[in-house]
Design a protein around this ligand. Structure first.
Ligand code: SF4
Length: 355
């Protein structure tokens, strides 16, 4: 490889929802005796899942596999309502780490279906987030994966004044817009969320990649193959006309032959990819003229821990005070080291746990 410069997209990598989910599972690992169970991959990133696996977290695809009384986390992608109900049975301590922006789409699906709308949901068949959302109102929602699917679902609409179009939060804007335009053409009264359901993290990462793609000879997107927003980033790079677009989990997957001749390489990472992987990929690329960060927007969104952990935190602060001979009641009121969730970084938490 003869890479001269890396253009590094900003923002990239962990979003607020992934930060929240990783920190929440780290809490579970620290507080409970192993094994801690997690329904579905906590986030769709191989390294993150492997690191938690090494810490004794057992990932399951069926909550019935989780023994009675065991601690159980539900993943950031959101779970079907009946999964949440089943999870909470049998005295398990359940923490639901669903991203609030996925919960918002579940709410839209529920409200629109109860109002008699035909709900079209643009998403990927078989993806955890899509499965969870479709299960909110299975009789009223139709999955639309590709624009051609509209030929099948649109003729079945009963009331043209009551059609809603929702979306998986991690789609590429390009995929969403084509389906939205065609549906609105047929149903001018179409209901959608104010802008759309694509989350801020998805759209910000796509905008940052768009800003570097046209200047790069090749683009490297760091993230796992089952990460929807990572795949969306590869589509953005391709639609910007980049001839070489590589998706890699980490530096060991870089295709040196494909990058031969690329002098400027754009680098970004999906919302569940850790920053240490980004740095490792850059080190492998070894740009002779260094790295140029291309900043598109700041992200200061913060999602607090899931409700079940928020209730646990004061007790932990009290316990920590007790251990060092302090006043547990005062510590509960005042807050202690466990209360400073916002000031804690998920990458650091995961690295500290692995030590
Ligand atoms: S990508 Fe968006 S919806 Fe998904 S976890 Fe992150 S903030 Fe939430």
């Amino acid at each position: 490889m003869t890479v001269e410069r890396v253009l590094l997209a900003q923002p990239r990598g962990y979003c607020a929802g992934v930060e929240m989910a990783i920190k929440a599972l780290a809490w579970m690992v620290r507080v409970f005796e192993p094994p801690v169970y997690c329904y579905h991959e906590i986030v769709h990133n191989r390294l993150v899942v492997d690191r938690f696996g090494d810490l004794g977290v057992v990932f399951v695809d069926d909550v019935d596999e989780v023994p009675a009384g065991a601690p159980l986390m539900l993943s950031a992608h959101g779970s079907a309502p009946e999964v949440v109900t089943t999870a909470r049975s049998r005295d398990r301590f359940v923490v639901n780490a669903v991203c609030p922006l996925v919960t918002k789409v579940h709410h839209e699906a529920k409200v629109r279906s109860e109002k008699g709308y035909t709900v079209l949901y643009v998403g990927h068949a078989g993806h955890d987030e899509a499965i969870g959302t479709l299960a909110v109102a299975p009789d009223a929602i139709e999955l639309v994966e590709h624009e051609e699917d509209l030929d099948r679902v649109l003729p079945d609409v009963r009331d043209s004044s009551k059609v809603a179009l929702l979306a998986q939060t991690t789609l590429s804007l390009h995929d969403w817009e084509g389906i939205m335009d065609r549906t609105r053409e047929q149903f001018p009264e179409l209901w959608t969320a104010t802008r759309n359901d694509l989350c801020f993290a998805t759209t910000n990462r796509q905008a940052a990649l768009t800003a570097i793609a046209s200047r790069a000879d090749a683009v490297v997107v760091i993230g796992s193959a089952n990460s929807s927003n990572t795949i969306a980033l590869t589509k953005v790079a391709r639609s910007a006309g980049r001839p070489v677009v590589l998706r890699v989990d980490g530096p060991d997957e870089l295709d040196v032959d494909a990058l031969r001749g690329a002098r400027v390489v754009g680098v970004t990472a999906g919302a569940s990819a850790p920053e240490d992987l980004v740095q490792a990929v850059i080190a492998e690329l070894g740009p002779s003229e260094g790295v140029e960060a291309v900043h598109v927007t700041d992200e200061d969104e913060y999602f607090p821990p899931p409700r079940e952990l928020r209730e646990l935190v004061p007790a932990l602060d009290g316990l920590a005070a007790l251990v060092v001979g302090g006043d547990p009641v005062a510590a509960r009121k005042r807050g202690g080291p466990f209360s400073d969730d916002r000031g804690v970084d998920a990458s650091q938490v995961l690295a500290d746990l692995a030590r």
